[in-house]
Design a protein around this ligand. Sequence first.
Ligand SMILES: Cc1cc2nc3c(=O)[nH]c(=O)nc-3n(C[C@H](O)[C@H](O)[C@H](O)COP(=O)(O)OP(=O)(O)OC[C@H]3O[C@@H](n4cnc5c(N)ncnc54)[C@H](O)[C@@H]3O)c2cc1C
Length: 450
Amino acid sequence: MRVVIIGGGPAGNTCATVAATLGAQVTLIERDVIAGAAHLWDCIPSKSLIATGGELIELGRSHAMGLDAQGRLDVAALRERIAGIEQHLHRTIVELLESQRVRLIAGTARFKGLHEVVVETAGGIEELEADFVVVASGSRPRVPEFAPVDGERVLTTRQSYPPPELPDHIVIVGSGVTGVEFTHMFNALGSRVTLIVSRQQVLPMKDPEVAAVLEAEFLRRGVALLKGARANAIERRGDVVTVSCDDGRVVEGSHAVLAVGSVPNTDDLRLDAAGVELDGGGYIPIDHHCRSNIEHVYAAGDVSGKLPLSSVAAMQGRKIAEHLMGLHNRPHRHLDYDKAASAIFTDPEIADVGLAEAEAFAAGRKIRVTKVPFSANAKAHIKADPRGFVKIVSDPATGVVLGGSIVGRNAAELISVIALAVTNGLTVNDIVDSLLVHPSLSESLADAAS
Ligand SMILES: Cc1cc2nc3c(=O)[nH]c(=O)nc-3n(C[C@H](O)[C@H](O)[C@H](O)COP(=O)(O)OP(=O)(O)OC[C@H]3O[C@@H](n4cnc5c(N)ncnc54)[C@H](O)[C@@H]3O)c2cc1C
């Protein structure tokens, strides 16, 4: 079975490893770095910077822990640290792929026919025949026409890790997940931040109670929130960047960063040569096996237009490998995007999974919602951080856990318990009956489930 995979990000490299382990003859083509945008420009560098910012915030709280500590940011050391993490992860993934005898080609791929893929490499053109092709080419930041991106002061998210000098005053355009993470990141590192919020709430798709905690925290930390304003022009003059909004408000900063979504990398793939259809946004529509309209062409990751998360991309890659190797004929669980846990790495962290309270309310569905604050948790006080809460949504008749959200320290880790319950149909009693560690933040999960 010859499998050709285009793109070596979480979707592509997971698919390659699993397919090769199951016995396929796999070729993986990557034009940039194996590990993909996720490791090079998105998840890993942003979370590494956020981790450093988080340490600075911890130092600010140190007096509450009985300490007198100070921190000074060393931008050069920070860059080195991020590069080190990236190199380590890249090497680990390459070693894993090589150990499974995956053939790696450095080059840019495109379709030539139904089963033919052409790769442009430094050494020339190579043509490959495939029984199955997996498109895992990812996405790139969307740049609106009004934004004169220059990589110095008007930046996409990928040019911000960090820019050559830490910005004095950065204006962040877009208040979705990436916008709020960048707001937290630059504020924690010491920049003045203005966040342009096109609606009346940051994180417009999230539970208003969750967004309210974050907004209060941003205001406490001196972030300026420009609500109900949509940026429609950006101009750079020397060291000054001016962002104008459609309601007439104008903000002057030293830098601006665009966090306004992404576009799929499908334009140069010649997908038409294989008859693969795209939707209006340029994404590849897929069925529940991640197959495109052409039976032997699959799509995984951001390019599929489903949830743009590394975790989802990797799971899609795994499911594709299992499907094309025929494992779906055995007892098999389909990927359920509604049950994907996700996190926002702000301070406090935010995480959720499954059915949200507002969603159930809009659908007129009967639910039971229980919420406990971390201020009732001993460990939260021991860590001098009793902010936030745990909320669990369950079925009032059966007790089955349908969803949950957590705001607070370690929310991204704690949500796993609720995710496990949601995916496996566990009940609130299953959580309550678990003997958890004391003192621990997870005790709040059991309290919320009671
Ligand atoms: C700032 C930011 C932070 C994020 N943080 C998180 C997070 O914390 N957690 C999380 O789960 N998700 C996060 N994401 C989302 C995550 O990065 C993406 O969902 C993930 O990268 C998608 O993986 P992928 O394999 O589809 O694509 P990618 O990781 O983009 O990999 C695709 C690869 O395909 C290659 N490629 C493209 N075209 C070709 C071609 N023609 N030939 C050869 N190679 C090609 C590219 O070079 C790239 O390496 C974040 C995104 C952003 C923007």
